[in-house]
Design a protein around this ligand. Structure first.
Ligand code: HEM
Length: 294
């Protein structure tokens, strides 16, 4: 991390800049509230602004924090405490995953706002140019520190960037391999269910029509589940999102099949009732998940 003295030296930030900025304080104090209003008019056009400034409480907190930040630009005190405070603000944006581009664009607005204010308030060109130079320096220093927070965050590695990206790549390939094994397993399962379907069909030929038909219906349901699972897995392999719904439908079908089989036994009323309860619960969960998905 850079020290405040090194930063000041790199931007040629002198005592003259300090007094120029401190001299601007009364002018900027008068415009503090207007600054925040115009800042928000500008920022609200960012497509994703509402994701970060998501409710009235957050907006209020941010607007108050902005006022304090704005006035500190002209406080005339730029020591290591000031540097630490700016680091904290930068980190606050990193933590909420605010795109660095938005921070840069917002700074562009602040720069324009201050230029425009100085143009309105100072008619003497030389004086204005002098004040502008100091304002630009402190804004560039601020943006520098905010940007460093993003870079520091990117540099966080447990081992080293090379080792970590290699590990991630390996883990990615392994996961892809496991997914292919899963598809293969589902293909094998599909063949087995076809076998079960053929076996159940034999009951029909045996003469036990009711048992044969209900069992065949059960195995057809299982075939449908395997097809669903395979479809979901293929979609997932092609980059689709993980579909929790299909797992609930697997459970639903398994219970429905069980009901079909137990319906043949007249003495299994209690077991049937608990299975019907399970179908009702699973059905409700399926409905809720579908509602959230859509
Ligand atoms: C010139 C650019 C900006 C400045 C000077 C600035 C200033 C600040 C300050 C001083 C804080 C308080 C940090 C703390 O808690 O210590 C803050 C937080 C925050 N900023 Fe900014 N900000 C800027 C740009 C933006 C933009 C463009 C957005 C969104 C589109 C944004 C969204 C937020 C949010 C959501 C928080 C957290 C608020 C909370 O929950 O308390 N900021 N910002």
């Amino acid at each position: 991390m850079e020290t405040i003295d090194r930063i000041k030296a790199h931007y040629r930030f002198t005592d003259e800049d300090v007094s120029n900025l401190a001299g601007l304080r009364p002018v900027m104090e008068r415009r503090r509230d207007e600054f925040v209003v115009e800042f928000y008019n500008y920022v609200k056009n960012f497509e994703e602004a509402h994701k970060f400034l998501k409710d009235e409480a957050t907006i209020k907190r941010h607007q108050e924090a902005l006022k304090v930040w704005f006035m500190k630009l002209f406080a005339g005190s730029y020591d290591s405490l000031y540097l630490a405070e700016l680091g904290k603000v930068g980190l606050a944006h990193v933590k909420i995953s605010l795109h660095a581009h938005y921070v840069n664009a917002a700074f562009h607005f602040v720069k324009r706002y201050i230029h425009e204010t100085l143009r309105k308030e100072y008619s003497d060109q030389e004086e204005r140019a002098r004040l502008l130079r100091s304002a630009d320096k402190i804004l560039d220093i601020n943006l520098d520190i905010f940007t460093s927070s993003y870079i520091e965050e990117e540099k966080k590695f447990f081992l080293s960037q090379k080792v970590e990206s290699y590990l991630i790549q390996m883990a990615n390939r392994f996961t892809h391999g496991l997914n292919l094994v899963l598809v293969l397993g589902l293909v094998v399962l599909g063949f087995m269910v076809i076998g079960l379907f053929a076996y159940d069909l034999l009951h029909v030929l045996d003469g036990d029509l009711e048992k044969g038909l209900l069992s065949t219906l059960g195995s057809l349901l299982m075939l449908w589940v395997v097809i669903e699972l395979m479809g979901t897995e293929i979609k997932h392999l092609r980059g689709g999102k993980f579909a929790i719904k299909v797992f609930i439908s697997v459970a639903l079908v398994a219970v429905i099949r069980k009901i079909l089989v137990t319906s043949l036994k007249t003495d299994a009323v209690e077991a049937q009732l608990s299975l019907v309860g399970a179908v009702a619960v699973l059905g409700a969960v399926y409905w809720l998940v579908s509602k959230v998905d859509s």
